[in-house]
Design a binder for this molecule. Structure first.
Ligand SMILES: N[C@@H](CCC(=O)N[C@@H](CS)C(=O)NCC(=O)O)C(=O)O
Length: 245
């Protein structure tokens, strides 16, 4: 559980924006971070990513909010929590059509909440289904140049054990077994599509939020479930083409 407040923070932290560019503090495999990355890419924003050590989170020690993503704009504005960050970027950046603001479209709000409350929790027991699939998901750290050898080892081996436990506990939230539950939740998700996207002919906040969650799974255990889903699979492909990530 994160301390601190979600949303736009009262104090600016310009020293935390890399090269004075919009900067996202993230883990490569974090589903919530992919939500933000997909919107930034769709808008064509030139941004920087600081890879946070998933075990110690040392790169985030300066922030009271100690979960990723944290967004720091070029002027130092700090925004916490993925849905708040999506709304901040939507309101403050040009490029692409703007989607409804928070609270102004009940359906968009509902599906944005679904991304974290249900879909984000449904993918974890599928990806982190065994110690070996958990280590596979964490193997990306081997390529992070800023991490030491020991950090990489800990992230893969200790992180693998922790994520396996997290996967198990998230699995208990649902009645169905993990794979069947994911299929079911993708079918529930598809009910929200309004033509090509949740937003109709263009993606809205619900599209970026749910796409990001699923994008974090691409190439990992269970990815075939998303790819082969009759409605969510083609929607995912449309979102990938549209966002370019
Ligand atoms: N509600 C937050 C959830 C963020 C979250 O749970 N991030 C995970 C990574 S996927 C995290 O930082 N976990 C580490 C921790 O909370 O200590 C959001 O939507 O941004």
């Amino acid at each position: 559980m994160s301390k601190g407040e979600s949303g736009v923070q009262p104090t600016k932290v310009p020293e935390r924006s890399v090269d004075n560019k919009p900067t996202i503090y993230a883990f490569e495999t974090c589903p919530f971070c992919w939500k933000v990355r997909s919107l930034l890419s769709w808008k064509g924003v030139d941004y920087r990513q600081v890879e946070v050590d998933p075990m110690k989170k040392s790169e985030l020690k300066w922030s009271e909010w100690n979960a990723v993503p944290v967004f720091v704009d070029g002027d130092g504005t700090q925004v916490n929590d993925s849905n708040d960050i999506l709304h901040y970027i939507n309101s403050n950046y040009e490029g692409g059509e703007k989607f409804p603001t928070s609270g102004s479209d009940g359906s968009q709000d509902k599906w944005m909440d679904f991304s974290g409350d249900i879909l984000g929790k449904s993918i974890l027991p599928v990806i982190y289904n065994s110690y070996s699939s958990s280590r596979k998901a964490l193997r990306y750290v081997a390529d992070v140049e800023s991490f030491s050898g020991l950090q990489k080892w800990k992230a893969i081996w200790l992180g693998g054990i922790i994520m396996r436990m997290v996967g198990k506990s998230r699995g208990k939230m649902f009645d169905l077994p993990p794979e069947e539950n994911l299929v079911h939740q993708l079918t529930v998700l598809s009910d929200g599509f309004n033509g090509d996207f949740f937003g109709g002919t263009l993606p809205n906040g619900a599209d970026f939020a749910n796409y990001g969650i699923l994008r974090s799974m691409q190439g990992l255990r269970g990815w075939n479930i998303v790819e082969s889903h009759a409605k969510a699979g083609p929607w995912f492909a449309r979102m990938q083409t549209t966002t370019g990530v």
